[in-house]
Design a protein around this ligand. Structure first.
Ligand SMILES: NC(=O)c1ccc[n+]([C@@H]2O[C@H](COP(=O)([O-])OP(=O)(O)OC[C@H]3O[C@@H](n4cnc5c(N)ncnc54)[C@H](O)[C@@H]3O)[C@@H](O)[C@H]2O)c1
Length: 427
């Protein structure tokens, strides 16, 4: 299947906005925009909300952020974007700042959809408020940085109303080449599965400084380096590859052994800069995964190779996606990049700037999500998001303990991380 065939479904999804059914929508009428509130106006949040605006009928009407400078930057950006799309500027009453901004956004009657793009430590707290508000929610991964948060998220999942749609930001599943390969793999193209290899080789993330920032603010702004705020690189970034493995195998790992550490990085922080994990899945399928996040050479390489009795599959962010063996197949993509796609940057980075096979992942994820809202076929992806987050926590636990960890060990251990300071100082 090529991109054009694949996109026919997503284009139809976008067109579906024109026949929006009011009875299934949250507080908006047919032919009107889905009123979009962004919580966390940083790089990923701004990028995804911009892509929603460019590719769907969602319209950014509200912003919320802990810090005034990030809120102001978001304000300027979305006023300019809305103007370029012929839409109204943001109402200053819908700009929320400070530690309670997430609650004010959730309480606003002028918002239908909340996008949670804050650092991972806050996701579950923010998810709880957003779900309780009855609004639709797009929550970035990971759904929880520790077992306590993950279990809490599962409780929140039970409160999602049938008329509410909640998506988790695993956009790689929606990348057309990956989705096409997954369809074949899940249909048995590789025969009996035996071995999976995976990697996530990424550059080091860069420091964010601000004059006058105290130590807590420094931590918050450099959350990617901080275990409690991010969950460490396995839970925060590598999670995309673990998610693809879980999805393609249709299971979560039962146990893991792992090594790794902080071998290269010397700057502030306690996240590891490399992991080597061996996950065991049902059927004695082994997933051997390597991760680094310290490179200064700009090299980015992430993906999976899956080996079965009937052939192998290569599912990568960049490069040829293909299946070899009895059901050989390769993704054919000759179509030029469509306007509005997150394509062509040629840049892979710790901050989530992607190209190549993921060029249309965000766009198609967002269209599918908005279609779930407008069609009334609502999603609730919290449990799936938790399952993948726990899978990464399993590898992390095995690494930190230098000892095999089972799924049962993980759940029983109930690990928790604390921030160690309050946010009221930023009121
Ligand atoms: N799906 C992907 O491919 C992908 C890629 C990159 C990042 N992400 C995720 O997106 C999220 C944001 O990442 P980013 O790179 O944009 O980070 P960022 O630091 O650029 O932005 C985070 C924003 O949240 C704000 N913030 C921090 N704490 C807050 C709080 N308690 N309440 C309100 N606002 C708060 C910050 O001021 C900042 O504006 C993370 O969860 C990350 O894991 C996902």
């Amino acid at each position: 299947m090529n991109r054009r065939n694949f996109l026919s479904t997503t284009t139809a999804a976008a067109a579906g906005l024109l026949i929006l059914k009011p009875r299934t929508a949250f507080a908006y009428q047919a032919n009107s925009a889905v009123r979009h509130g962004l919580l966390g106006c940083g790089s990923r949040g701004t990028g995804v909300a911009t892509s929603f605006s460019n590719n769907t009928a969602a319209q950014v009407v509200a912003l919320a952020d802990l810090f005034a400078d990030n809120l102001a930057a978001g304000h300027a950006h979305f006023d300019q974007l809305n103007s370029s799309l012929g839409r109204a500027p943001l109402d200053p009453k819908l700009l929320f700042r400070g530690p309670h901004a997430f609650e004010q956004l959730a309480a606003s009657p002028d918002v239908d959809l909340i996008q949670i793009s804050t650092p991972p430590f806050f996701h579950v707290q923010h998810l709880e408020a957003a779900v309780a508000s009855g609004k639709h929610v797009y929550c970035e991964k990971p759904v929880g940085i520790d077992v306590r948060q993950a279990k809490h998220a599962l409780e929140i999942a039970k409160r999602v109303k049938p008329t509410q749609s909640v998506d988790v930001g695993f956009q790689c599943r929606n990348a057309p080449p990956i989705a096409a390969a997954a369809e074949k793999i899940k249909a048995g193209a590789l025969g009996k599965m035996a071995v999976v290899m995976g990697n996530y080789i990424a550059p080091a993330s860069t420091e964010k400084t601000r004059p006058g920032a105290g130590p807590d603010e420094y931590r918050l702004r450099n959350w990617l380096w901080d275990r409690a705020l991010s969950g460490d690189i396995l839970v925060e970034q590598n999670i995309h590859i673990v998610d693809l493995c879980n999805w393609l195998l249709g299971a979560h790992p039962l146990k893991a052994t792992a090594t790794g550490g902080r071998s290269v990085l010397t700057h502030y922080g306690d996240c590891w800069d490399n992991y080597q994990v061996d996950f065991t899945y049902p059927g004695d399928v082994h997933f051997s995964f390597t991760s680094t996040q310290f490179g200064s050479d700009g090299v980015f390489d992430a993906g999976l190779r899956l080996f079965g009795a009937g052939g192998s599959a290569t599912v990568v962010y960049s490069g040829q996606i293909q299946i070899t063996g009895a059901q050989a197949w390769a993704w054919q993509d000759e179509a030029p990049a469509a306007p509005g796609a997150n394509a062509g940057s040629g840049k892979f980075a710790a901050n989530g700037a992607f190209s190549d096979n993921l060029a249309f992942a965000d766009r198609d994820k967002e269209r599918t999500f908005i279609d779930s809202i407008t069609s009334g076929n609502c999603h609730n992806q919290i449990a799936a998001g938790v399952e993948t987050a726990l899978s990464c926590m399993l590898g992390r636990m095995a690494g930190y303990r230098q000892h095999e960890a089972t799924w049962e060990n993980l759940l029983a251990h109930g690990e928790t991380y604390q921030l160690g300071f309050g946010l009221d100082q930023f009121a």
